[in-house]
Design a protein around this ligand. Structure first.
Ligand code: NAD
Ligand code: MG
Length: 337
């Protein structure tokens, strides 16, 4: 590989000069092997310019019926399918992720499986094609994948979801309340009571129902993670109902962190900025906003779900045991407090 060539060159330069090279040739083969192994594990990462590594606006006009499929987006979002590398940070853990079929939920599911966790994902039934891709990715890691489709706006379903995940995985110790409904409406006059209700049910009631159902089964060391948003702090005019649910998410996370901290259960949130996901192309953004999506951030592009996978890992991992009641932003440089 070109990389290895470049690397051995830099090692030679490090030991320096012909005399040193001759002396080095006298070292035993074993020592050389050890050196190579150590050098490989320390191979310098290529520097990645965050303004150049992912697609930028303008984006193609596109629209899908809610809730949309990642597999039909152009360009297809990157959830870390070919890039996320695990290192056993969540070995043996058992996670339930809502909205695990696409977007941030899929990025978390892939990362969790590669870190050694078994993963149950929930999604809306019409998202089966996206969900099956995630199931295959989890199983490719030798981890257990459980697919539980259903509508989170229904309390009884939320209870069944937790029961099924507990049963299939033999327990739960990570709960990621990530699913959400976002529909742009230019005016509050365009927000129907049905709209308002659906947004509240999906974004606020579902986490409430899921946490209540899961809590009796969560042991000390477990983690609950919510997905908030930069909308919690800097709401867009066309996201009246959605934005207030994201502020509420930030708030419930901080409340529960105080309530559950003494029980050894940590509660944190991730607050993304503009991320390229089906949410945005299935009614979440106007076409005008979509074409320029993420262009206003200091990085000049939207984030990709893959860029947030490691944050969901970090908040769940046992070595982050003092992170409780925290909101971890990932917004490309603007929109956070
Ligand atoms: P996404 O469309 O990939 O994920 C949202 C998921 O919510 C869907 O896949 C769907 O499975 C689930 N869902 C919605 N309503 C449901 C229902 N009634 N029943 C069952 N499942 C339902 O989009 P995403 O952007 O990855 O969204 C994930 C989280 O990220 C959401 O909480 C969203 O608010 C948050 N977020 C997104 C952005 C962004 O720009 N994309 C920015 C900030 C926060
Ligand atoms: Mg989806």
């Amino acid at each position: 590989m070109a990389d290895e060539g470049r690397h051995s060159m830099s090692r030679r330069q490090m030991v320096g000069g012909t005399a040193t090279l001759a002396a080095a040739s006298l070292t035993s083969a074993t020592a050389k092997g050890r050196e190579t192994m150590a050098a490989d594990s320390m191979r310098p990462e290529q520097l990645v310019d965050p303004t150049q590594n992912y697609p930028k606006p303008p984006f193609d006009k596109q629209s899908q019926p809610w809730p949309g499929l990642a597999s039909k987006m152009s360009p297809r979002p990157d959830h870390g399918e070919t890039t996320y590398k695990g290192s056993g940070r969540l070995a043996g853990r058992k996670a339930l992720i809502t909205g695990g079929d696409s977007g941030m939920g899929r990025a978390a599911a892939i990362a969790y499986a590669r870190e050694g966790a078994d993963v149950a994902i929930n999604y809306y039934p019409t998202e089966e094609p996206d969900a099956q891709e995630v199931v295959a990715l989890i199983r490719a890691e030798g981890r257990q994948a459980v697919a539980i489709p259903g509508d989170l706006r229904d309390e009884r379903f939320c209870q069944q979801l937790v029961a099924q995940a507990l049963d299939a995985l033999g327990g739960l110790d990570i709960i990621v309340n990530n699913a959400a409904r976002q529909q742009t409406r230019q005016s509050i006059l365009d927000v129907s009571s049905e709209d308002f209700d659906a947004t509240m049910k999906t974004n606020i009631y579902a986490p409430f129902w899921i946490i209540k159902a899961a809590l009796p089964h969560l042991k000390p060391g477990s983690a609950i993670i919510g997905t908030s948003s930069e909308q919690a702090y800097d709401p867009s005019p066309d996201l009246y109902d959605y934005a207030q649910t994201k502020a509420a998410t930030m708030n419930y996370v901080k409340s529960l962190a105080k309530q559950l901290g003494p029980k050894g259960i940590r509660v944190n949130a991730v607050a993304p900025g503009p991320i390229w996901t089906p949410l945005q192309v299935s009614g979440g953004a106007t076409m005008e906003k979509l074409e320029k999506f993420g262009g206003q951030t200091p990085l000049g592009r939207p984030g990709q779900p893959a860029e947030l996978g490691s944050i969901y890992v970090q908040l769940a991992a046992a070595d982050a045991s003092y992170a409780n009641g925290q909101v971890y932003g990932s917004s490309g440089g603007a929109g956070q407090p």
